[in-house]
Design a protein around this ligand. Sequence first.
Ligand code: G1P
Ligand code: ZN
Length: 543
Amino acid sequence: MPIRTVASQPFPDQKPGTSGLRKKVKVFQKPHYLENFVQSIFDTIAAPQGATLVVGGDGRFYNRTAIQTILKMAAANGFGKVLVGQGGILSTPAASNIIRKYQTYGGIILSASHNPGGPDGDFGIKYNGNNGGPATETVTEAIFARSKVLAEYRILDAADVPLDSTGSTRLGALQVEVIDAVADYAGLMESLFDFGAIRSLLQGGFRIQFDAMHAVTGPYAREIFVNRLGAPAASVMNAVPLEDFGNGHPDPNLTYAHDLVEIMFGQNAPDFGAASDGDGDRNMILGQRFFVTPSDSLAVIAANATLAPGYRKGLAGIARSMPTSAAADRVARALNIPCFETPTGWKFFGNLMDAGKVTLCGEESFGTGSDHVREKDGLWAVLFWLNILAARKQPVETIVREHWAQYGRNFYSRYDYEAIPSDAANGVMQHLRGNFAALTGKSFGHYTVQTCDDFSYTDPVDGSVSTNQGIRILFSDGSRIIFRLSGTGTEGATLRVYLEAFEADVARHHLDAQEALQSLIQIALNISELQTRTGREQPTVIT
Ligand code: G1P
Ligand code: ZN
């Protein structure tokens, strides 16, 4: 089979964002677009001849086409073996596990996470290194730099490879091995959590409902909850992965996981509900008529970690992204372990985990995980909760309320203004930056601004510095307002406003978060001139 060298032109827009390169499917379908980026990855990582690569995606539209291209390019670029998930499918955490378990030269993950799919939806691609985690900023910058000058790529002229059953095929000198996408991952989960205790909990009548949102976790959830833990088949809903996610928005939050929310807030609600996103790395946790914020979830998991066999020895440390609430910091302080504050995006946790500095990580954006892989992990979080519930034998709500009573409550909410003109979004950020001095020391009723800054982070392991990671308005009582531009949107700009207020007084813990945060929201709108500058009265989504 001949290797072809194809002349191409650079694409100046191939800059990877928070989690890889994300664009509309239509953009990826442009001639040479995907190929150009894949060749840039291969040129940058410079794998030794004969190296092994992992390839898999969340099953969205264009996944199969992209995988065939990547396989033929891997064959033409000297790889010896590619491990592909059956049907081209691998959840992001499962891919991370396979890279680590089989010690491959990293992997390519195809996903636009929680963004809608289908021909008019989004697609994405990223490279994860041999630790199983997203490439560091240094590597993604190098890939971007390469993509800007690349003039040709190499591809094998060959027929498509069958991906639907497990087994081995040859593609020129390359061995393509289609592997069971679920087995290794399910085994890993069984090694971390007390499946026996969870099985007994379920046998005792404890009812769970998991929403796979027609995305990648369906087959994983069936194997784990139904086959291995004995839950009824109906406890996994929307379990068949679809290329367009059944026309849904596979983002596990109160807005988009509405099927599940209706069940969990309805009559005769199950005891526990959860959902995961397009590629299986996010999670939402619900009790009976009760929502657990991702920031609280991280803190509760941290406080109860030793109840799970895989964490019996305790935690080395915790890391959270800067906009995530400080609830986990309070647990870290009580446990006398370090807590790290990183920029948004999972890639910043990798170095800390590799260096053994942290065990648990979390983000407010429905991402929780640990050093068992180098990605956030939706089903892992669900199983951690089930393990805690099996051990404590209390309802979800009681566990969270007892947590607040002990540590205080961090009221939290995020307002997203999606698809606004980039100029307007940048204008809001510039306006705020210009006012740091004027805001410092200023009082707004009960709230006094202590400091304002542009968050920057120095990696404690490799010393690399990341600047402009979000504007922080910090108040003297520990409350915070954060403004940040999204790095994953594919249309215009998305402006995120994060609000957090700490409340020690148990008598006020029953308040609704929106109620408790009302004055902070007003202050945020006021100081940012957001409404006039963007023309948006209301946010697109509140979580
Ligand atoms: C969003 C989330 C961020 C998460 C990322 C990938 O990024 O806010 O926490 O790591 O998706 O799932 P953003 O669009 O804010 O850049
Ligand atoms: Zn995701």
